[in-house]
Design a protein around this ligand. Structure first.
Ligand SMILES: [Zn+2]
Length: 357
């Protein structure tokens, strides 16, 4: 979530803007100014902000639908290419995923419908392709909402249409298989876009969309493969079993030699019986060394990251890591003793192995 700024919080959801989004706003304003001076620049900027609002509302459509199924959305971020509502977890039922995926475009259908009835009367479908309509603010906004619906319903990841295809397939097939088929459909479409961009259509936009869709599908495919191979692996078989433990009565002054002699990024605190007492990242300990006196106890620098059991499957771990945004989780046995660590490194290794399949 680097390079993004919070601009508002609505219904407990942070709305964030990524710098790339501000860049495109600047480019738009300059383009309009170049074409028609100050007035055009103001018009262009206002139009862009209205478009921005429509994209935000689209993302809120996803977020509110997710909330119906008990899934929280911590934030919505606007990037150069559009918005992303970050759901706390994936919906468990394909029907829920279907509703959540459709709720975004449904918002734009509603906006377009409202504009058509209330503001831009007598607008026909053919007018959508008439470039002269650009000059009018409201019909331009109507057009852009229709475009948002069509674009988002392209049946390919990372568009909503790709999720719709996956959800429909997942009502009959295992989730990972459904994802793989949906991702492959997306890639075939992406290639078709790229090929079409070299025909008479010759639209550079098609080329960009094609490449964007291809990469999105590849990412989703890799993630599905990772999840599938993660399902069959238990934490006990994947975890890091040899790791540095800090006693819970260690002083801040004693931390430095421990940090220097270890290359771990995460440290577990435990008492003399190895009972789990908390977890701290290297950076958090380094900060503590700077801020606290050497005789202070180091344990308060740790956080009580919820531990997991050795027999948990790795795809559950993946979900927990996404939910907690923790790079590493402690593994604790039945009596509460720390027996391992599992985190990003182990996931990357799994992903590397999954790609070979
Ligand atoms: Zn969407």
């Amino acid at each position: 979530m680097k390079w993004s700024f919070r601009i508002a919080t609505v219904a407990g959801i942070e709305v964030r803007i990524h710098v790339t989004f501000l860049l495109i706003l600047g480019v738009f304003a300059l383009l309009f100014a170049h074409d028609g001076g100050l007035e055009a620049a103001v018009f262009g900027t206002l139009f862009f902000l209205a478009l921005f609002l429509c994209v935000v509302l689209h993302e809120f459509g996803h977020a509110f639908a997710a909330r119906v199924y008990g899934i929280r959305t911590p934030d919505i971020t606007l990037y150069l290419i559009g918005g992303v509502a970050r759901l706390e977890r994936m919906p468990t039922s394909p029907w829920h995923e279907l509703v959540i995926a459709l709720a975004g475009p449904a918002v734009n259908v509603a906006i377009a419908g409202f504009l058509w009835i209330a503001v831009v009367r007598g607008y026909t479908f053919a007018d959508l392709f008439d470039p002269r309509m650009d000059e009018d603010f409201w019909s331009g906004l109507l057009r852009i909402n229709v475009f948002l619906v069509l674009f988002n319903m392209i049946p390919a990841f990372p568009m909503d249409g790709g999720r719709v295809v996956r959800a429909l397939l997942a009502t009959r097939l295992p989730y990972a298989t459904a994802t793989m088929i949906a991702a492959r459909i997306g890639q075939v479409l992406a290639v078709a876009f790229v090929v079409a961009s070299f025909t008479e259509l010759a639209s550079p936009m098609l080329l960009v969309i094609g490449m964007f869709v291809f990469m999105g599908a590849q990412q989703e495919l890799n993630f599905a493969r990772l999840r599938q191979s993660a399902q069959s692996v238990r934490v006990a078989d994947a975890m890091l079993g040899r790791f540095e433990v800090l006693p819970d009565d260690i002083r801040v002054g004693e931390l430095t030699p421990r940090l220097i002699t270890s290359n771990q990024e995460v440290f577990v605190f435990a008492d003399e019986d190895m009972l789990y007492r908390g977890l701290a990242l290297r950076d958090e300990l380094v900060q503590g060394i700077r801020q606290l006196p050497p005789e202070a106890l180091a344990h308060p620098l740790s956080r009580n990251v919820p531990p997991i059991r050795p027999n948990t499957s790795m795809d559950e771990v993946l979900e927990m890591m996404q939910k907690s945004q923790e790079p590493c989780l402690p593994v604790v046995n039945g009596s509460g003793q720390v027996v391992g660590l599992v985190g990003v490194d182990q996931m990357q290794e799994l992903a590397r192995l999954a790609k070979r399949h």
